[in-house]
Design a protein around this ligand. Structure first.
Ligand SMILES: C[S@@+](CC[C@H](N)C(=O)[O-])C[C@H]1O[C@@H](n2cnc3c(N)ncnc32)[C@H](O)[C@@H]1O
Length: 323
């Protein structure tokens, strides 16, 4: 029996992930005009499906480094056949993709609901599980191994710089003191350790769990997330056709800063306040679709909590070259 698209996808659990800023993404990418698109972060395939459904003239090449995304991609392959191709790899390696050029490219960074909701992946302290946190769990070291062995400088980079944790000194000292006791092996015991050293502010109700920032920082480091974003954006822009559009959706300020600076550089604007190069020293290779990031509407944030922190930016390529 041939399953319908929704049957096939819900059998894979794919209906759990609600794509963020879907309408705005489609407005920027305009897949209904046809062409070849790259989805650098396939996840549950929500954006990919919307692109493929927008016109029979659309082909999508999708990437995801999570081995579990591959099963969901196979389900899509059944439906869309040759119009859909999947690469199980890091988007930092876009150079390995066979297709040479794209009419549009999308990056929807961060974690999918599948990763967050599957306790065993170790991303969330809502479940007690081994502290893994690797998006690609076929390689690399787990978060637990990182915490047991990292130098103090690497811990500081994770917790202060990437987690933006104000009490980073206390957290780093607690991690080093907890080594070899099994505490750093599981999500719950690690979260409790952090909670025990972060001071509670009197009369102030915290919006987020005290371990949230540290979990974010450790995840960013062990997955080399920021380095991958830089590489993916650069190689992606190289593969974009003239007039093609690249869209990036970020979920925290560190990701958004990289996207914003890269897009500003491509459009010949100062990358940041201290960038005082002369205009003649800048190249204009693209045009930012809007100066301000697009945010989710009130309605979307009501229906999909993940969309609250989403910031979307887009750039259209004008000429070949690399800034
Ligand atoms: C927010 S989800 C994408 C959701 C997707 N747009 C959808 O609508 O279903 C992000 C996905 O990107 C993947 N990902 C994150 N960083 C990656 C990287 N550097 N290389 C490849 N995949 C990555 C994650 O494994 C995750 O599945």
């Amino acid at each position: 029996m041939l399953l319908s698209m929704d049957d096939t996808l819900s059998a894979q659990g794919a209906s759990k992930h609600v794509p963020v800023l879907l309408e705005a993404t489609m407005e920027y990418l305009q897949p209904e005009k046809g062409g070849v698109f790259l989805d650098g972060t396939f996840g549950g395939g929500g954006h990919t499906r919307a692109m493929l459904d927008s016109s029979p003239e659309v082909c999508v090449v999708a990437i995801d480094q999570d081995p579990e995304a591959e099963a969901r991609a196979l389900a899509l392959k059944e439906i869309y056949g040759d119009r859909f191709r999947f690469y199980s790899m890091n988007f930092a390696d876009i150079a390995r993709v066979e297709e040479r050029s794209f009419d549009g490219i999308l990056f929807d960074f961060g974690l999918s609901s599948f990763q967050l909701d599957e306790g065993e992946r170790g991303f969330s302290f809502r479940f007690d599980a081994p502290l893994d946190m690797r998006m690609n769990n076929r390689e690399g070291i787990t978060a637990s191994e990182f915490l047991e062995t990292a130098s103090e400088a690497d811990l500081i980079r994770a917790i202060r710089d990437y987690g933006e944790e104000r009490s980073w000194r206390k957290v780093v000292a607690a991690i080093i003191g907890a080594r070899g006791k099994g505490i750093l092996g599981r999500t719950k015991s690690f979260a409790e350790l952090i909670e025990s050293v972060i001071p509670k502010r009197a009369g102030f109700k915290e919006r987020i769990h005290p371990a949230t920032r540290t979990f974010q920082g450790v995840r960013i480091v062990i997955n080399r997330e920021l380095e991958s974003i830089e590489a993916g954006l650069e190689e992606g822009f190289r593969r974009l056709k003239i007039n093609g559009v690249m869209v990036a959706i970020s979920f925290h300020s560190l990701e958004d800063r990289i996207v914003k600076r890269f897009f500003r550089k491509l459009s010949g604007r100062p990358e940041h306040r201290k960038d005082d190069r002369f205009q003649e020293e800048r190249q204009v290779l693209g045009s930012m679709i809007a100066t301000k990031a697009v945010k989710a509407s009130e309605e979307e944030t009501r229906n999909n909590a993940r969309s609250r922190s989403a910031r979307m930016r887009g750039i259209q390529k004008l000429v070949e070259g690399m800034a």
